[in-house]
Write a protein that binds this ligand. Structure first.
Ligand code: FAD
Length: 330
């Protein structure tokens, strides 16, 4: 069966979900397709034993009033809370730098679930190919589902979006292709560890040290999202993540445990762990505008954190900008 909609949104990360809500609020019919079982993309929370931890984005900041509006709503709804105003660095507790870092009650995926609740979402639906059909688009998923839409929004990491268009031989304008091919990302190896016994990270229970192989450590219990158990998040820095990307899980566990050892109490033991490899974790070369609207084709926009803001806020503002651009074309 072919589903027909005004706007097909690929990806249920923050950019896709905010764009879908914006298009829907403008009276457009919308379907969001997502390859994963859950929503959120790199807003990712994992249950480990009786607790949970964020293993993608750890926090978000707010620079623009447009994003502040959403964060205010999430705070009023009891979703967002201020976590800290400073990280510990090597050997020093975190000092207040006056700049709030927010987190989400229950973990980052909770805000994605909140944004998805009034949308038509087809999860576990990985698109494999996009074709240009007449004045619109046809998207074909690996599970056999297919979609026709007047407008298309692509929010996966850009190399993955380009692969979908290439599979259907979509003739992107040379300038657009060149701009998209410039975008680059760094990987990130991420680990979650459930500990029994003491883990003594310095105040506020999170340490940021960009030059160390394991550059970020955080205690999700002290963050406030895992009251039932001590779940520690550990991230390798971009260089280590690149070097160790294909290493077996046990070696990665060893890398993270060496970094954690100085903070463990005498009888601390690991009860379980979860290791995730993010191939496209953080954009390192970004596009200068919040969205790219393809030239000479039916409405096609690209959005996500690679478009003028390599972080949670950037993804949100990009999704909103792309939706507005598509609404004008529909
Ligand atoms: C380890 C890590 C730590 C981070 N820490 C922070 C932080 O502390 N603060 C901060 O501000 N930012 C942080 N970030 C960045 C932040 O998570 C991202 O900027 C933001 O979540 C990106 O949102 P997005 O919607 O652009 O993309 P994504 O969240 O990646 O969404 C894209 C979606 O598309 C889906 N998709 C891909 N291909 C297909 C397909 N073929 N068919 C269907 N669906 C598909 C994916 O499954 C995904 O859900 C971190 C990221 C990582 C990985």
């Amino acid at each position: 069966m072919v589903e027909k909609v005004d706007g097909l949104i690929v990806g249920a990360g923050l950019a896709g979900l905010l764009a879908a809500n914006t298009l829907q609020a403008a009276g457009k019919s919308v379907i969001v397709v997502e390859k994963a079982r859950g929503v959120g993309g790199r807003l990712a929370t994992w249950r480990l034993g009786p607790g949970r931890g964020d293993y993608g984005a750890q926090f978000f900041t707010v620079r623009e009033p447009e994003f502040q509006k959403f964060v205010d709503e999430w705070r009023e709804a009891g979703l967002a809370f201020e976590w800290t105003r400073g990280w510990a660095t090597e050997g020093e507790s975190g000092a207040d730098d006056g700049f709030p870092r927010y987190a989400i009650s229950g973990g980052m995926t909770a805000v994605a679930k909140h944004l998805a609740q009034n949308l038509t979402l087809h999860n576990q639906t990985k698109l494999g190919k996009i074709n240009l059909v007449g004045n619109g688009w046809e998207a074909v998923a690996e599970n056999g589902r297919s979609y026709q839409s007047r407008a298309l929004l692509l929010t996966p990491p850009v190399p993955q979006s380009l692969a979908l268009l290439n599979a259907g031989e979509v003739p992107l304008a040379d300038a657009d292709r060149a701009a998209l091919e410039k975008i680059e990302y760094a990987p990130c190896l991420s680990g979650l560890f459930w500990f029994e016994g003491e883990v003594n990270l310095p105040e506020p229970g999170a340490l940021q040290r960009p030059d160390a192989p394991v550059s970020f450590l955080a205690d999700n219990q002290r963050k406030g999202i895992s009251p039932e158990a001590t779940i520690i998040t550990a991230h390798a820095n971009p260089m280590m993540s690149k070097i160790w990307y294909e290493a077996p899980i046990q070696e990665l566990v060893g890398l993270f445990m060496r970094a954690l050892r100085p903070f463990l109490g005498k009888n601390s033991t690991v009860k379980a762990h979860h290791i995730h490899r993010w191939r496209y974790a953080l954009p390192t070369v970004i596009h200068p505008q919040r969205t790219l609207l393809a030239a000479g084709l039916p409405p096609l926009a690209f959005a996500g954190d690679a478009f003028n803001g390599p972080r949670v806020e950037g993804a949100a503002l990009s999704g909103l900008a792309a939706a507005k651009a598509l609404i004008e074309q529909l």
